[in-house]
Design a protein around this ligand. Structure first.
Ligand SMILES: CC(C)(COP(=O)(O)OP(=O)(O)OC[C@H]1O[C@@H](n2cnc3c(N)ncnc32)[C@H](O)[C@@H]1OP(=O)(O)O)[C@@H](O)C(=O)NCCC(=O)NCCS
Length: 190
């Protein structure tokens, strides 16, 4: 599956110290997207606490960046020692960047990260009327079996392979190089 993103945009893992970028992104979501993201209406304070907690846990967060701003995010949170092979996944894209392939790119990276960490079950809180998320999950039929009734996605390939580990390493390397180029370009323009 080819990754098509809006021009100038990139997906990469969040670095230490970038919690504020993630928090601001989630706070910018329009009310409907926020409701879909959290499977219900939540306050700004809830969002702040939630993001702080997520980045404090052993979570893998990918961000979609364009023009130096984080406009989309996907997180993979292990459920902890009592459920060692299970994780929670969640995706959000700001409205103007929705339907441009960003959600697909974020889910692809999240599934790869889940696979490489040996997670077999991914939980996604998705409201029954969230057609867009359901369509997105359907695109990954081969890797993800989705049951919207119980809101559980199953990553079918439970074992990481040298190739899947390499794909993640290459994405990380590419993400770092592109971020540096982006920063340099913006510094030159300033
Ligand atoms: C759900 C969400 C993450 C999807 O992200 P996105 O960037 O819009 O997704 P994509 O552009 O990659 O589109 C994925 C698929 O959704 C479907 N889709 C896109 N736009 C759609 C629309 N307006 N209506 C219905 N389906 C749509 C298409 O099948 C598309 O695949 P295709 O382009 O190959 O045909 C995004 O809409 C979002 O952040 N919503 C609010 C938060 C949320 O619902 N999160 C999910 C719960 S965790």
């Amino acid at each position: 599956m080819q990754e098509v993103l809006p021009e100038g945009g990139m997906v990469r893992k969040l670095w230490i110290g970038e919690t504020a970028k993630y928090r601001e992104h989630v706070l910018r979501l329009d009310p409907e997207s926020r409701r879909n993201r959290f499977a219900g209406g939540v306050s700004d304070d809830f969002v702040r606490d939630y993001v702080d907690m997520t980045t404090g846990l052993d979570a893998v967060v990918h961000g979609f960046f364009i023009g130096g701003m984080m406009r989309g995010g996907a997180e993979l949170r292990p459920l902890g020692v009592r459920f060692p092979r299970q994780a929670e996944a969640a995706i959000s894209v700001e409205k103007p960047w929705q339907s441009h392939g960003v959600g697909s790119a974020l889910l692809r990276r999240t599934l790869l990260a889940a696979r490489n960490r040996g997670f077999r079950l991914l939980h996604m809180a998705c409201l029954a009327d969230n057609r867009r998320m359901q369509q997105l999950a359907r695109k990954f039929d081969a890797e993800l079996t989705f049951d919207f009734e119980s809101v559980i996605g199953e990553v079918e390939s439970s074992r990481p392979t040298p190739l899947s580990l390499m794909r993640e390493m290459m994405s990380d390397g590419h993400g770092f190089a592109t971020a540096m180029l982006d920063l340099q370009t913006r510094m030159l323009r300033a």
